[in-house]
Design a protein around this ligand. Structure first.
Ligand code: ADP
Ligand code: MG
Length: 777
């Protein structure tokens, strides 16, 4: 022990010497000058004193004031200074992997080091961390995983939870766990950091924890809404109050005044889009799908128009464009690159900033462009608070956001774009006023802004809780409802009960809410339980490839595009891929068709002809690989055998596996003279979403339909469905037993008989052994 202490002492001395050497070097002094100008630096002493005297503190400050890069660094420096360098261990969580990576790199360089020395990072499947790493940036999911094996966070001295104002599910979840941990680890320090918001809420959650505000400063920002922007194009947008059937904020009328040539084009497409979309939830979808087919779509066109007029103006400064996701960003970037001004790299530096960009691209965002070159950054809401681009003067805000990450332990990978909150819109606007007075263009009418919620609802209150429940059980945190009742804002009891009930029905929980074998496997897969279950069953029954395509296909934006003006042609194209009453099989065929065409360099043409999104196809391709490696890691498939695709061509089998995943999402088909109707047990009559292949049929030669989800608009609509037979439902609907081995085997036996495989006996035996092994794990 004495030897160990001596070693640690020596290391601590070494760390301090290193730190001193850097601080007195020329570069080190320059860096310190930069840091001293950040508002956070002025609070350094107050911060450190408060941290030493309190177990929990909350730091709130304007984006860009230096919370993320400075606070963890202050702690590290002061620990090193007081010769505790070798024994301190600081963990700082970030909601996104990209911020964990870029921030750690920045902090390492501010310390004159390479990544992986005293500063490192860890995100899923990647990391840079050495023996001497004492400050680790990681995603929230990584810390949750660590808690799985190390409940007391042994050896950790400081936990910093960043960006808590975002109120992601993982962060809210982590806070409950940490709150429980604090009494067991009295010397552990917990620091919560947030943009200027809600600090009191967090403070009272931790029994009145101390709050430190870092004062910030922003220049005034001139604000324009859609009506102001359209006026620049020679058109005017006025509310169309008379038609009250549609509600006041949804209806708009364009009144022409002095149309001009180029501008006419823009405004008339704006008009079409507004009319078609009513500017409700639908508008973005319209805009997105139009974007691939018709370059004159609303959003992209307006953005291009604004970019050009800013670039042609005299006022210098970078432009930041807020978009919904990387697919949107890449289509816009492609479009802008062919523009004579915006696509000219000697005049415009066009960059993207989103969760899945490469780190070389990341670094470019912080570089200053050459003189006379204008920087334009197309970003997701990642640039709202996580990443600060220094020289922004103009902001364009599309008003919507979505999460596209699927790396977090517990994320539902596919979220649709939805309107942001007022606070987010203000935050976006504020990005324009960091260096000088700026301008912000919101691409939506003022009344739409007025209808935004003040704050975004925390994720825990607006998303299904199934994955969260699984995670609570895998962390052995006791009763789910009791645990969740201690959240910052608890979800409704009913939502919790629904989730638990669902997990019991699909066989992930047994009757007393314990994880079954299936449940345990589901906790290892990051997608929704129904898709996870489909993957597991698909690998057990050796038809993995098609199931991978389905699961990947539903984890990206709908690959089937339906541009408004070519709706019929698009729907007919989709039906081509499925003459057999299944949207799921249509995805498989579309993907396989694309893949084949891609091999002959015809991928793009194929998509164009068949109304498919190229971006979605590429995304499916890479997700398939990622999901495959996850399955390999869980031991469900053996990479070196090729049996996992032995039955991949058996369509009936695939249909049955789909049913197994989607149950209890099932409704019965009632045929009448000319058509059919659908009924579920709990809702009565339901309808099919118009883009389902089944919606175009007048007869379906099956008695049942399984579906991905129900959506309530005026009536209840089913999204993405597959028709199935009685025996499929009987054998594979319902839990594959609630965790008991016998049930598994019974299903297996029935299954094999049903499919009358010629090699039944042999396969049965083989599967039986596999399954028994699986159950014993
Ligand atoms: P906060 O967390 O309070 O929003 P940060 O600590 O992220 O602020 O950033 C503080 C300052 O450091 C910002 O002004 C930003 O411009 C600068 N900065 C952050 N990351 C980088 C980077 N990778 N390269 C250059 N400057 C950066
Ligand atoms: Mg930050």
């Amino acid at each position: 022990k004495a030897v160990m202490e001596k070693i640690l002492w020596r290391r601590s001395l070494h760390l301090r010497d290193q730190q001193h050497a850097w601080q007195s070097s020329l570069e080190g002094r320059e860096m310190l000058e930069f840091r001293k100008n950040l508002p956070a630096y002025k609070e350094k002493d107050a911060l450190l004193t408060t941290i030493s005297q309190n177990q929990v503190i909350i730091i709130s400050g304007e984006t860009g004031c230096g919370k993320t890069t400075q606070v963890p660094q202050f702690i590290l420096e002061s620990e090193i200074e007081s010769l505790r360098g070798a024994v301190c261990s600081i963990i700082c969580t970030q909601p996104r992997r990209i911020s964990a990576m870029s921030v750690s790199e920045r902090v390492a360089s501010e310390r004159g080091e390479k990544l992986g020395e005293s500063v490192g990072y860890k995100v899923r499947l990647e990391g840079m961390k050495g023996r001497d790493t004492h400050l680790l940036f990681c995603t929230t999911g990584i810390l949750l995983r660590r808690l799985l094996v190390d409940r007391n966070l042994k050896g950790v001295t400081h936990v910093i939870v960043d960006e808590i104002h975002e109120r992601g599910m993982n962060e809210d979840f982590l806070l409950i766990v940490l709150k429980d941990l604090l009494p067991r680890r009295p010397e552990l320090r917990l620091i919560l950091m947030s943009a200027t918001l809600d600090a009191e809420l967090f403070s009272s959650y931790f029994g009145g924890a101390q709050i430190i505000y870092i004062p910030g400063f922003t220049h005034p920002v001139k604000t324009h809404f859609l009506e102001d922007i359209l006026e620049m194009t020679g058109y005017r947008l006025t509310p169309y109050n008379q038609i009250d059937d549609y509600g006041p904020e949804k209806t708009w009328k364009m009144s022409k005044q002095a149309p001009r040539k180029r501008k006419t084009q823009i405004a008339s497409t704006v008009q079409d889009a507004l009319m078609a979309a009513d500017f409700n939830e639908y508008s973005l979808q319209t805009r997105e799908s139009l974007s691939c087919w018709n370059p004159d779509c609303l959003g992209f066109n307006l953005i291009e128009f604004l970019l050009v007029s800013i670039c042609e103006s005299e006022m210098p400064g970078a432009i930041l464009v807020f978009m919904t996701g990387w697919d949107d960003i890449s289509s816009l970037k492609e479009k802008l690159q062919s523009h004579p001004l915006l696509g000219d790299p000697t005049r415009v530096m066009l960059l993207a900033c989103h969760g899945s960009m490469a780190s070389s691209e990341q670094r470019l965002i912080f570089t200053e462009p050459d003189k006379g070159v204008r920087k334009v950054v197309l970003a997701t809401n990642i640039a709202e608070t996580s990443i600060t681009i220094n020289d922004v003067v103009f902001v364009l805000d599309c008003g919507k956001a979505k999460e596209t990450s699927y790396d977090a332990l517990n994320n539902t990978p596919c979220l649709l774009p939805s309107w942001i909150s007022k606070v987010s819109a203000q935050q976006r606007r504020g990005r324009a006023g960091r260096v000088q007075p700026g301008e912000c263009y919101h691409l939506y009418p003022r009344s739409v802004f007025d209808s935004f919620f003040e704050y975004q609802l925390p994720e825990i209150l607006r998303t299904p809780l199934q994955s969260l429940c699984l995670q609570i059980k895998s962390l052995k945190l006791g009763s789910i409802s009791e645990f969740l009742s201690r959240a910052l804002q608890s979800p409704e009891l009913l939502a919790v009960q629904n989730a638990i009930e669902y997990l019991k029905i699909i066989g992930a929980f047994d009757e007393s809410e314990n994880l079954t074998v299936l449940g345990r496997y589901l906790t290892m897969l990051p997608m929704e339980p129904k898709l996870g279950k489909m993957l597991i069953i698909g690998s057990i029954f050796n038809c993995l490839d098609p199931i991978l395509s389905i699961v990947a296909g539903f984890s990206v934006r709908d690959p089937f595009l339906t541009p408004l003006e070519k709706k019929d042609a698009a729907e007919a194209a989709k039906s081509q891929f499925s003459r057999d009453h299944s949207d799921h099989l249509a995805i498989i065929r579309a993907y396989e068709g694309w893949k084949e065409a891609e091999r002959n360099f015809g991928g793009y043409d194929f998509c164009w002809k068949n109304f498919l999104s190229v971006q979605s196809m590429k995304a499916i391709d890479s997700l398939r690989k990622e999901f495959f490696s996850l399955l390999r890691d869980t031991g469900l498939v053996d990479e070196h055998s090729n049996t996992y695709n032995a039955w991949s061509l058996d369509e009936r089998l695939i249909r049955a596996v789909i049913c197994c995943g989607l149950y209890p999402g099932v409704c019965s088909i009632v045929h009448n003279e000319k058509s059919f109707s659908l009924k579920t047990m709990e809702d009565g009559q339901v309808l099919l979403y118009s883009n389902s292949v089944n919606a175009r049929e007048s007869r379906i030669p099956y008695p049942w339909i399984v579906f991905n989800e129900k959506i309530k608009v005026n009536s209840i609509f089913l999204r993405d469905s597959t028709a199935i037979s009685d025996s499929m439902l009987l054998l594979f609907g319902g839990s594959i037993s609630k965790g008991d081995q016998e049930g598994h085997l019974k299903m297996l036996g029935g299954f094999l008989e049903f499919f009358m495989k010629p090699d039944v006996a042999e396969t049965y035996q083989k599967l039986r052994t596999e399954l028994e092994e699986l159950i014993q794990m």
